[in-house]
Design a protein around this ligand. Structure first.
Ligand SMILES: NC(=O)c1ccc[n+]([C@@H]2O[C@H](COP(=O)([O-])OP(=O)(O)OC[C@H]3O[C@@H](n4cnc5c(N)ncnc54)[C@H](OP(=O)(O)O)[C@@H]3O)[C@@H](O)[C@H]2O)c1
Length: 260
């Protein structure tokens, strides 16, 4: 049986990605930090497949990707899809933010994603088959004052995935960067961003984002941007000077009643 490994699968977009893949006949490997939350999600997913494994790891730990890969090998599972979904953001001026949290974010959003992709893509190349879904964001298309490192990390994911899609195409491997806009999940409470801000007013459901992302992966699209609004905003800003885009976002993002 073929398996899909999804990081951050216990809630939000990751849970629905796991559900879509289970509905499509995949066994599921769910990775997350919190054992109870993973177990709860596993119980819900059992409606769709009995083949579910949970791996408890903190992707902020640089040794986690290697351990995850070794666990999968011990379980003797063939991972046909890897969905690097786990990620988080932080709100605030860079110089006032907790640097440990910023570095942790870079580890989870970028380094662990690259490391897991490297480990699992070796097997995919050997098999000449596989799919890689990296969850980026519309934030990956411009710089983001007040969420500086988060935006930069997602920009990394967009560019890394786009180039990887090109490199791995001859090996029959599909790579997609899923770039959601504002989505109704716990993301905002962890990032301490107030969702009532104008910039975050239009919220998609995590379910619709996951469905669109998985469809795009199956079609082999290197970039998937769910929502016409989001597509339009990304296209239009190509015709606006970069400095102006940064300034507009800087003003919009500063209206955050949650923080001073
Ligand atoms: N929500 C949005 O508006 C939005 C927009 C664009 C992109 N995204 C991206 O979508 C992805 C999923 O986020 P979401 O919106 O679904 O948020 P969410 O509901 O907060 O889910 C985040 C998931 O990532 C996991 N995670 C976070 N830090 C982790 C770590 N150190 N180790 C292992 N797992 C970790 C969480 O697991 P725990 O439960 O163990 O913390 C959780 O399952 C993220 O990459 C995010 O940047 C979100």
């Amino acid at each position: 049986m073929k398996y899909a490994l999804i990081t951050g699968a216990n809630r939000g977009i990751g849970y629905y990605l796991a559900r879509e893949m289970a509905l499509d006949g995949y066994g599921i490997v769910m990775v997350g930090r919190n054992k109870e939350r993973l177990e709860h999600a596993k119980q819900k997913l059992k409606t769709y497949t009995p083949h579910i494994h949970t791996l408890v790891y903190d992707l902020g730990d640089p040794t986690a990707p290697e351990s995850i890969y070794n666990d999968v090998k011990k379980l003797n599972l063939e991972i046909d899809i890897i969905a690097n979904n786990a990620g988080f953001g932080s709100y605030g001026l860079f110089h006032t933010n907790d640097i440990k949290n910023e570095l942790d974010m870079m580890q989870v959003n970028m380094t662990s994603l690259v490391h897991l992709t490297h480990l699992f893509s070796q097997d995919m190349v050997r098999r000449k088959r596989g799919k890689i879904l990296n969850v980026a964001s519309v934030a990956g298309f411009q710089s983001g004052p007040h969420m500086n490192v988060y935006f930069a990390s997602k920009s990394f994911v967009v560019h890394f995935s786009e180039a990887l899609a090109y490199e791995l195409k001859p090996y029959g491997i599909k790579v997609t960067a899923l770039c959601p806009g504002s989505t109704d999940t716990d993301f905002f409470s962890r990032a301490e961003v107030n969702r009532k801000s104008d910039l975050f007013r239009h919220k998609a459901t995590p379910e619709s984002v996951a469905i669109k992302g998985y469809k795009a992966l199956k079609k082999g699209k290197s970039i998937a941007i769910p929502g016409l609004n989001n597509k339009f905003m990304i296209q239009i800003q190509r015709f606006v000077p970069r400095k102006a885009v940064t300034a507009i976002l800087g003003i919009g993002m500063s209206k955050q009643p949650n923080k001073g």
